[in-house]
Design a protein around this ligand. Structure first.
Ligand SMILES: [Zn+2]
Ligand SMILES: [Zn+2]
Length: 374
């Protein structure tokens, strides 16, 4: 195993990113060291970078969508969490958080995400200048110091395996949206989560899927991943609504999956649901304000259901595993979703691109990933 690791450290809120060296520890019982091959970057990383997640203190090592090969195994680490044997050199996808598995929230309510004894998640632990240092994916190595960290072995290429997290969020959304065989679906927003929602809705048996978003490159990919029709943002919500209904072939969808992430988009999504249908909202993951809402005319009179979908949900470990299984089945051009693979030295640029124009190196960003081997 290598003696040192390099990590891209965000020094302060919206501050410079330094690439620093740390000694690589030997893993203790239940721990392991991973040689990171690829780590996805998402809106959450950009929010942390902007200081919008108070629990993360700086300097910070971000990156929670982690894929790599096992570099050293501590005592007792012999299988992945699907029970398959593992050895050094195997590629795995890592689940970033670890709950206790014993408390009321873990065992009775089955909401490990609410566990009061949850260990600091990889990519969220802080500050990075204190041991165990290598707790995020934007580094050559991850020190999985939470003994019992959940991980799954996979033979997928890293650029596909890295979609495990966004697909698990989309699967949660599809489950909450009650999509079934023959459903009509609108997926609002064509970022990584929206694209994964298109693929997940198709897998769930939707009859007709309309993807709405921008820019054109993402919509083209949405079509390749399973959308029957795509609608650009065009000239405002009213015209767009009619275009969506035309593409859907009816005035309203059985299920709308909202991934666009603004209160206005949520308002618009409500208007796309057919009477009796479901709006599953994934997009407003952080507080971006309120909207007017009429309980009678927006909800009861139309007999609709609104489901809040927070990340991969209470059954995160299960969904991570399902996501990997679906990706392994293949049949869709998942390898086209990561649009940019960037070295550790470009982490700040990548974080800035996510917060701003969504373009980098003259190309539209679909999904960014950090490749510490580059
Ligand atoms: Zn993420
Ligand atoms: Zn617990």
């Amino acid at each position: 195993m290598d003696a040192t690791a390099r990590a891209a450290i965000v020094t302060d809120v919206a501050g410079p990113v330094d690439v620093r060296d740390y000694p690589l520890p030997r893993p203790g019982t239940g721990e392991f060291v991973l040689k990171v091959e690829l780590c996805g970057m998402c809106g959450t990383d950009a929010h942390i970078y902007r200081g919008r997640l108070a629990s993360v203190r700086f300097p910070a090592l971000l990156g929670h969508e982690i894929v790599g090969t096992l570099a050293a195994l501590g005592e007792g680490v012999t299988t992945d969490h699907a029970g398959r044997p593992v050895s050094v050199g195997d590629r795995v996808g890592v689940f970033p958080s670890l709950s206790c598995g014993r408390c009321y929230d873990c065992q009775v309510r089955r909401r490990p995400g609410n566990c009061p004894d949850r260990r600091p998640s990889y990519g969220f632990a802080s500050p990075a200048d204190r041991p165990p240092h290598l707790t995020g994916g934007f580094a050559t190595h991850l020190y999985a110091s939470n003994a019992g960290t959940v991980f799954y072995r996979t033979g997928l290429p890293p650029e596909v395996a890295v979609l495990q997290e966004p697909l698990s969020v989309a699967l949660h959304g599809v489950e909450r949206s009650a999509i079934r065989i023959g459903s009509t679906v609108v997926v609002q927003g064509a970022g990584a989560i929206g694209l994964m929602a298109v693929a997940a809705a198709r897998t769930a048996g939707a009859a007709r899927i309309v993807a709405v978003g921008a820019p054109g490159a993402r919509l083209e990919l949405a079509a390749r991943l399973g959308a029957d029709a795509v609608v650009g943002l065009g000239d405002g919500p009213e015209k767009r609504r009619q275009e969506i209904f035309d593409a859907l072939g009816r005035d309203g969808a059985d299920a709308v999956i909202g991934t666009a992430g603004s209160p206005e988009a949520f308002r618009e999504a409500l208007g796309l649901v057919a009477d009796g249908g479901v709006l599953a909202e994934l997009g407003n993951f952080t507080d971006r304000g309120a909207i007017p809402f009429n309980p009678y005319s927006d909800l009861l009179k139309r007999d609709i259901t609104i489901a809040g979908v927070y990340g991969a949900g209470p059954d995160m470990q299960r969904r991570y595993h399902e996501a990997l299984t679906i990706l392994e089945r293949g049949g869709r051009p998942y390898e086209q979703v990561v649009s940019h693979r960037l070295p550790l030295g470009r982490v700040r640029e990548a974080l800035e691109a996510l917060g701003g124009g969504y373009a980098l190196d003259g190309r539209d960003v679909v999904k960014l990933a950090i490749d510490p081997t580059a």
